[in-house]
Design a binder for this molecule. Sequence first.
Ligand SMILES: *[C@@H]1O[C@H](CO)[C@@H](O)[C@H](O)[C@H]1NC(C)=O
Length: 120
Amino acid sequence: MLVNIHSILFAVSSLLLSASVSGFTISAPVNARAGHLTDIHWTYQPDRDPATFNLFLTNASYAFNVQAILGENLRSESRGISVVVPATVKAGEGYALLMTESTNWDWILASSPTFSIAAA
Ligand SMILES: *[C@@H]1O[C@H](CO)[C@@H](O)[C@H](O)[C@H]1NC(C)=O
């Protein structure tokens, strides 16, 4: 898993400036709190987007450094999930959600605006 996270980090820093060709958009969660459920919503264009994706919590001010894996092979058509923000995540600002292809973790589909996470 560490190897994968490092390769994502690498890819993200190189892809950061390239425009996303996917139709996905993902919103910043509201009132995210470590150790608690938070709702995450995205939009999906079935004619352009893959049917599944992976979802990561990243630090946007540090090259989208991956802080946690929130889901793998999530179904695009569900357009939202409730996930528990890991209790180990540090409270603070500058977090962003990152969507990647589920078969190619290096392929970024979309990122959210930044948001903060409150202490557990
Ligand atoms: C994000 O990364 C920056 C740079 O390393 C760090 O100063 C900041 O505390 C990190 N933010 C969070 C919420 O961990």
